[in-house]
Design a protein around this ligand. Structure first.
Ligand code: FAD
Ligand code: NAI
Length: 330
């Protein structure tokens, strides 16, 4: 082991876990924290009466060579599978088949399988919301929402959406300012479950000119519970922002209506519904920040918002944070 004093990583989404794996492989101790009860962040899957629901990331693509290689390893280990949906496009009130050659991946049997496997036996504290990151004479400490202190840590990696990272980066004003300059858009997600399969070939659809942006038939993904016909609907950033404080029942009613209007077949009353609001779903624009670093202080930040705002960008950003940290240790 390189140092007995661990590196703190705040956030167990794909970016935090990517950094954690890289640092652990280089021989460092890490200690992870997450405010949620489990890992995955926006790649988490929610357990429900309709089975596990991928309410956040729907699938991911791999374009960077390093990410392609790691996804192939995930596939070989059974954590990820290819998803080949029957894809449609909805535009100007018309639904049309829109097949393509793009390889799309999903966690198997649910999206969270990947982050769960990446976490493995790494030390983690869940249900622990970090509210402050502060530096003593030699080391870092963290304070959580219950006023508990954690530490000492040699370095801190902050791996969460930019607006949440900003406050924790107060010790490095330049990094805090960079994070504060990134705005993130919300997404309302709705799950609808039907007792019998809807009479449509659609399994995924890119939607234009609607409150909806995307819809997916969960049961078409490999390894999912298919005792019901379950769909995930995502509203556009614009609709989500305009209806940010709408009651969940009304969000479900509205998006169910938009779905029924475009899907082109009879839509009965769902047997199960659920709405989830992602306040910081995606960066409003793509950035090329890689990862933020104040190497002298030992403070780093990573996440999808540093790159493409996708699963791949988040993983690459975690790698970049780890690379910068390790570079400074040499
Ligand atoms: P996150 O996954 O957000 O992880 C951050 C973690 O930090 C969370 O677990 C959170 O609980 C924790 N945290 C935050 N604050 C604190 C704190 N103070 N203390 C402790 N822990 C904290 N990408 C694609 O590639 N394809 C898609 O189809 C796709 N669809 C999407 C659909 C939706 C609705 C959403 C929301 C996202 C989608 N994305 C998609 C984007 C993708 O999910 C993200 O890019 C990626 O998961 C971000 O990973 P991350 O590690 O950067 O952040
Ligand atoms: P991708 O290559 O499948 O899609 C990229 C974009 O290309 C799509 O959004 C769509 O507009 C278009 N597209 C791709 N294939 C198409 C087809 N067959 N027919 C019509 N249009 C098609 O995947 P990539 O680049 O990995 O992007 C990830 C996806 O995740 C995007 O759809 C993005 O919108 C979505 N996302 C959603 C978030 C949210 O909060 N709702 C957050 C981050 C990503």
């Amino acid at each position: 082991m390189n140092s007995s004093i661990p590196i703190a990583i705040i956030g167990t989404g794909i970016a935090g876990l990517s950094a954690a794996q890289a640092l652990q492989s280089a021989g460092y101790n890490v200690q992870l924290f997450d405010k949620s009860r489990g890992s995955g962040g926006r790649m988490a899957s929610k357990r429900s009466d309709a089975g596990a629901l991928d309410l956040g990331a729907q699938y991911f693509t791999a374009r960077d060579r390093r990410f392609v290689e790691v996804v192939q390893q995930w596939q070989a280990r059974g954590w990820a599978s290819q998803w080949q949906p029957s894809l449609y496009n909805y535009r100007d009130g018309e639904l049309s088949a829109s097949p393509d050659e793009q390889v799309r991946w999903v966690g198997s049997p649910r999206m969270s399988a990947i982050t769960r496997a990446m976490l493995g036996a790494l030390p983690v504290k869940f249900s622990c919301r970090i509210t402050e990151v502060y530096r003593g004479e030699h080391h870092w400490s963290l304070q959580d929402a219950e006023s508990q202190s954690h530490g000492p840590f040699s370095h801190v990696v902050i791996a969460m959406p930019a607006p949440q990272a900003t406050t924790l980066l107060a010790a490095a004003p330049k990094l805090a300012a960079a994070a504060a300059s990134v705005s993130m858009d919300p997404t309302w997600a709705v799950a609808l479950s039907f007792a019998s399969p809807l009479d449509t070939r659609v399994e995924g659809c890119f939607v234009q000119d609607s409150a909806l942006d995307w819809l997916a038939r969960s049961t078409s993904k490999p390894g999912r519970d298919n005792s019901n016909d379950t769909w995930i609907l995502h509203a556009t950033s614009q609709w989500s922002r305009q209806h940010i404080d709408l009651a969940k029942e009304q969000v479900i009613e509205h998006l169910h209506g938009a779905f029924a209007e475009l899907i082109g077949c009879a839509v009965p009353a769902p047997t199960f519904t659920l709405a989830h609001r992602w306040l910081y779903a995606r960066p409003s624009a793509a950035h090329q920040l890689g990862a933020l670093a104040d190497a002298d202080l030992g403070l780093y930040a990573c996440g999808d918002w540093c790159l493409s705002g996708r699963v791949e960008g988040a993983w690459l950003s975690g790698q970049e944070a780890a690379r910068k940290l390790l570079e400074h240790m040499q």
